[in-house]
Design a protein around this ligand. Structure first.
Ligand SMILES: Cc1cc2nc3c(=O)[nH]c(=O)nc-3n(C[C@H](O)[C@H](O)[C@H](O)COP(=O)(O)OP(=O)(O)OC[C@H]3O[C@@H](n4cnc5c(N)ncnc54)[C@H](O)[C@@H]3O)c2cc1C
Length: 571
């Protein structure tokens, strides 16, 4: 285009995880010119860490009394697991597409674990009525991400790796691209596009205890709301019951799916008291609350944890089905699960809320689309079932690409001038940040934000404490402009990247806080001690968060109903 650092494609995909890669592949099949931007190499995207598996009603393993699985049973479990907050049109679409998605991935090269009869193996997972989770041992995300990256490489789709997206550009009410910092050199680039897809993953790192990679800072959600899109259901944050004590490394639900049990310090298998039917395989919100209650009642171990006991599974099964879990326990806790129980405690794990999109992936800002964990379509509602997120990334990564390839045919060609202006603005901003000296250091502020979120917006929430938490977030926001970074170099300045991420984390935290304070009920992962009951009369609604007059405004829209009517959840 003649301008240095300026690039033009039909479609820009921000994010090189499973969602971004699947979307890129589909766009390439439709002959759309697209490029992927990722702040890390795509194979370091957080999807690589997924352990337990992907749900699909293949019915390869029968349920109780030989009953067979179906997409309707999958949809029912998903809606019930969501505490009836999921949009049922989206759930039905996802569950109908699931089996074909797993088979397509197999044809692309994913090495799924197998049954004796050669069919794809499936294991039980929390909240699921059938053994429905397809897996590649306990390294499913690794297998899937490598499969899709191979496909993207084969199609020669351009990947701008270690490009950190710093702003979305709008022109006449449309998103027309973005600016990005090339981390290695410190150069600011501009990307002009008819459509921009956010596939930036979750925001777990706004919490002090999280199973997420450090790159999961909610950049996409913050960029979207600041550009004029809205966010949905941000207060619904999932806490996984079993992270390794002290490190928060995930100990997959697959460990309980294979038969592992939770035990308190008296040796009691306590989940049978909280969920008499499903016990250790109740949904995550139920199990995480139960562990917290055991610890609060003095039945946890010193230091606030319980045991996950796999010993009865035997060495052969642990080595074959849970090799990664065993290595994590041995390397990071000095415990071999073949002979000793694993010390576990809950940690933040998943962001149910995200960029507000409809079933086709369009946000409220024309030209801006979202899919995967950064989006809220919403298939998980108030609580995600394990195994449904990997499915969501691949199903909706493909579907949103179909929408985009249709839309770009009639979309206007974006003007160059607004992108050039945004690049200049970003240059000025970065120089301004690097020019500051003598201010506050970054990391104590980051630490305070995470601690506020964990203590005030964690598993159990209460009105007065959350209001204090919101004031703390306000205070931290005020201090952002006073932070100075000691590394003044433009090249590979990771302190600068951490600072820019912190700028994203604050509005994301604020959206979680505002949504949680305003939702005066308990539903799924959102448990209020001052409003312990679910309130379908007032809150069978999605929380919509948008930027208005320099602040954050909250409105509500009804949940999309369908074949399953709300009922009391009994597990
Ligand atoms: C430890 C763990 C285990 C899990 N196991 C399972 C499981 O077994 N089954 C299941 O269904 N789900 C599982 N999940 C959830 C699931 O892995 C994720 O929800 C899913 O992989 C997210 O994929 P994604 O493509 O949406 O985002 P990600 O894989 O997180 O990718 C995000 C991408 O966005 C890029 N990005 C972000 N911000 C920027 C920016 N500013 N500029 C440029 N690029 C940016 C990143 O570089 C990255 O490429 C697990 C989650 C965790 C934490």
């Amino acid at each position: 285009m003649g301008e240095p650092g300026l690039h033009r494609y039909d479609v820009i995909i921000v994010g090189g995880g499973l969602t971004g890669l699947r979307a890129a592949l589909q766009l390439s099949r439709a002959d759309c010119s697209c490029a992927i931007l990722s702040k890390v190499h795509p194979l370091r995207s957080h999807s690589v860490a997924a352990q337990g598996g992907m749900n699909a009603s293949l019915g390869n393993v029968p349920g109780n009394e030989g009953a067979m699985d179906s997409w309707e049973r999958h949809a029912y479990d998903t809606v019930r697991g969501s505490d009836y907050l999921a949009d049922q049109d989206a759930v039905v679409r996802m569950c109908k597409e699931a089996a074909a998605t797993v088979i397509e991935l197999e044809h692309m090269g994913t090495v799924w674990s197998r049954l004796e009869n050669g069919k794809i193996a499936q294991r039980p997972f929390g909240g699921a009525g059938f053994p429905r989770t397809c897996y590649a041992a306990d390294r499913t995300g690794h297998a899937l991400l490598h499969t899709l990256y191979e496909q993207v490489t084969d199609k020669k789709i351009p990947v701008y790796e270690e490009f950190f997206v710093t702003s979305l550009v709008t022109d006449s009410g449309r998103c027309t691209g973005c600016t990005a910092l090339e981390i290695l050199t410190g150069t600011v680039h501009g990307f002009c596009a008819k459509a921009t897809l956010m596939a930036t993953g979750g925001f777990g790192r706004i919490y002090s205890r999280s199973t997420n990679a450090i790159i999961n800072t909610g950049d996409g959600q913050a960029l979207a709301i600041q550009a004029g899109a809205s966010l949905k259901d941000m207060e619904f944050v999932q806490f996984h019951p079993t992270s390794l004590k002290g490190t928060s490394i995930l100990i997959s639900e697959a460990a309980r799916g294979e038969g592992g049990v939770l035990v308190n310090k008296t040796g009691e298998r306590f989940m049978t008291r909280y969920a008499p039917r499903s016990a250790d395989l109740a949904p995550r919100d139920v199990v995480a609350r139960a562990i917290e209650q055991e610890i609060a009642a003095g039945r946890g171990f010193e230091g606030g944890y319980v045991h996950l006991d796999l010993r009865h599974l035997g060495a052969v099964r642990i080595r074959e089905r849970l090799p990664g879990i065993r290595l994590i326990a041995m390397d990071f806790a000095g415990v071999d699960p073949i002979t000793e129980p694993i010390p576990v405690q809950p940690a933040q794990h998943y962001s149910m809320g995200g960029i507000d999109v409809g079933i086709e992936g369009q946000s409220r800002l024309p030209g801006l689309y979202a899919a995967g964990e950064c989006a809220c379509v919403s298939v998980h509602g108030a609580n995600r079932l394990g195994g449904n997120s990997l499915l969501e990334t691949v199903v909706f990564g493909r579907l949103v690409a179909d929408t985009i390839s249709r839309d770009v045919r009639s979309a206007p060609v974006p003007a160059t001038r607004p992108i050039l202006s945004a690049m200049e603005e970003m240059e000025g901003k970065i120089n301004g940040i690097l020019g500051r000296s003598g201010g506050e250091p970054l990391f104590p502020i980051l630490g305070s934000l995470k601690e506020t979120m964990y203590t005030k917006f964690g598993i159990f929430r209460e009105g007065d404490s959350m209001v204090k938490g919101r004031a703390e977030i306000d205070n931290l926001r005020e201090r952002l402009g006073n932070i100075s970074i000691s590394d003044k170099d433009r090249a590979a300045n990771h302190a600068l990247v951490r600072y820019l991420e912190l700028e994203y984390m604050v509005p994301v935290a604020e959206s979680v806080a505002r949504g949680a304070i305003c939702r005066r009920e308990s539903r799924g992962s959102h448990t209020r001690t001052d409003y312990p009951a679910r309130d379908d009369d007032h809150f069978l609604t999605h929380t919509i968060t948008s930027c208005q007059n320099g602040g954050i405004a909250i409105t509500y829209v009804p949940v999309i109903p369908g074949m399953f009517s709300p009922e009391k959840r009994v597990y």
